[in-house]
Write a protein that binds this ligand. Structure first.
Ligand code: ZN
Ligand code: ZN
Length: 282
C-alpha cells in the first residue's frame, strides 16, 4: 500500500510531478494492500490460461483447412471434447495448486523485495529485469526438465505433461501437480535475484505463460514475431520434444535453445512434414 494520503504527498516525496502512468498507479492502488495486488496474479493467470490458447484452438476446430499448412503434426486432429477435457484438467490444477500456491507465497515475494511503491520502473529497467528472469528460469527449467526425463521422474510425474504428443496451447500448463510445484520454483529465482516492481512481476508471470502457450500451440506460423528473438525455441522446437515423448533426450529448454546447444541436447530444423507415413503418434 502506498504511504501517501494524497497525490500531492506522493509528488512531494518524489520531488517531481507524477508521470501519467504513476498517476494511474496512485489512483487505483493507493488504498489497496500489497497482498491484494499480488493476488491479482491469480486473475491474470486465469485469463491467460483461458483466452491466450483460444484463437488458435478455434481456428483449428472451425477452419482446419485454413491453418493446415502451418500445423506441425498435420495427421493429428483433436476433437472439441479433447480440447475441453484438457482445459477442465488445467482449471482443476489451477484451483487446487496454482491459485493456493499464489496465496501462500506472498511472504517470499515480500521477503525478496518485490514492491508496489513509487516511482514506477522505467521501460529499460523492466526489460533488463525480465531478461534476467527469462534467462535464469530457462537455465533452471532446462535441468529440472532434463531430470524429469529420468526413468522415475518421467513415470511418476512428467508423463502427464507428455500425454499430448502433439501439443495444443491449452496443454501448456497441463501437468502433474508435483511438476507444477517444482517448475514454479525457477519462476521465483529470477525475481529473487533481481527484485523489482510488482508490475514487472505481473508482466513476468503473464509473459512466461503466454510464451509457454505459444510454444505448445502446435503451429509454426510464418508471421510470428518471436522468430526474431535470438535463440528463441518456439513451437516447432518444443513440439518435437513432445512428439518423441518419454524417450526424448533433446529439446529440454523452455524458452531459448542455448542450454540444449551448450549441453548437446538440441535437435533443430526437424521437419515434421518429412516424417515417414504413419509415424505421427496419437
Ligand atoms: Zn519433457
Ligand atoms: Zn511441453
Amino acid at each position: 500500500m502506498l504511504p501517501y494520503a494524497t497525490a500531492a504527498e506522493a509528488e512531494a516525496a518524489l520531488g517531481r510531478a507524477m508521470t501519467p502512468a504513476e498517476a494511474l498507479w496512485f489512483r487505483y492502488t493507493a488504498g489497496v494492500s500489497d497482498y491484494h495486488l499480488y493476488c491479482l496474479n491469480i486473475l491474470f493467470l486465469f485469463v491467460v490460461f483461458t483466452l491466450a490458447p483460444l484463437p488458435v484452438a478455434l481456428l483449428e476446430l472451425r477452419s482446419p483447412a485454413a491453418v493446415a499448412p502451418y500445423k506441425l503434426q498435420p495427421r493429428v486432429r483433436l476433437s472439441r471434447a479433447e480440447f475441453v477435457r484438457c482445459y477442465k484438467d488445467v482449471l482443476r490444477i489451477f484451483f487446487v495448486v496454482i491459485g493456493p500456491l499464489q496465496l501462500v507465497s506472498y511472504p517470499a515475494v515480500k521477503m525478496v523485495g518485490i514492491h508496489t511503491q513509487l516511482p514506477l520502473p522505467s521501460l529499460g529497467e523492466m526489460a533488463a529485469q525480465l531478461l534476467v528472469y527469462f534467462l535464469v528460469e530457462d537455465y533452471l527449467n532446462y535441468w529440472i526438465h532434463r531430470l524429469l526425463h529420468g526413468e522415475w521422474g518421467y513415470q511418476k510425474i512428467h508423463c502427464v505433461h507428455h500425454e499430448f504428443t502433439a501439443p495444443i496451447g491449452f496443454a501448456a500448463p497441463y501437468a502433474h501437480w508435483a511438476e507444477v510445484l517444482i517448475l514454479g520454483i525457477p519462476s521465483f529465482v529470477g525475481p529473487a535475484i533481481a527484485p523489482g516492481h510488482m508490475i514487472t512481476f505481473w508482466l513476468w508471470i503473464v509473459l512466461r505463460q503466454v510464451e509457454a502457450i505459444d510454444t505448445h500451440s502446435g503451429f509454426d506460423f510464418p508471421f510470428t514475431l518471436t522468430k526474431y528473438i535470438p535463440f528463441y525455441g518456439g513451437a516447432e522446437y518444443h513440439d518435437y520434444h513432445h512428439y518423441v515423448g518419454g524417450q526424448s533426450q533433446s529439446n529440454f529448454a523452455s524458452v531459448f535453445t542455448y542450454c540444449d546447444y551448450l549441453y548437446g541436447t538440441d535437435r533443430v530444423s526437424f521437419s515434421f512434414t518429412q516424417r515417414p507415413k504413419g509415424s505421427t503418434k496419437k
